[in-house]
Design a protein around this ligand. Structure first.
Ligand SMILES: [Zn+2]
Ligand SMILES: [Zn+2]
Ligand SMILES: [Zn+2]
Length: 109
């Protein structure tokens, strides 16, 4: 088991995200939908918001899986659901749910 996988394993054991310091007071860059799908005319199922840069991507049930692709290209681990009424986040590195979603309001320093 290499070190990244071992750390992921520890993250699963602890079931908490260690990257909340990367959560910024972001606004969705494309609040109308997935950034890549809007460009390509693709369809999405659910939307995910990158909590580090404000990128909006689609979920893994969507054909584009742009939220996951965004993580792989940027290594921004924490995201949250952008679905109305859903208040949870997800960390790609720790592979844990964050409930309720980390606050992105500028009131949090
Ligand atoms: Zn994390
Ligand atoms: Zn998409
Ligand atoms: Zn990002």
């Amino acid at each position: 088991m290499d070190l990244p996988r071992f750390r992921q394993y520890l993250g699963l054991m602890k079931a908490e995200c260690t990257h909340l310091d990367q959560v910024r007071a972001v606004e969705p860059r494309t609040p109308e939908g997935c950034e890549e799908c809007l460009k390509t005319g693709g369809r999405w199922v659910h939307l995910r918001l990158c909590l580090t840069c404000g990128h909006v991507g689609c979920c893994d049930q969507s054909p584009g899986k742009h939220a996951t692709k965004h993580f792989h290209s940027t290594r921004h681990p924490p995201i949250r659901s952008l679905q109305p009424g859903e208040d949870w986040g997800w960390c790609y590195l720790d592979e844990v749910f964050i409930e309720p979603a980390p606050s992105t309001s500028s009131g949090k320093s």
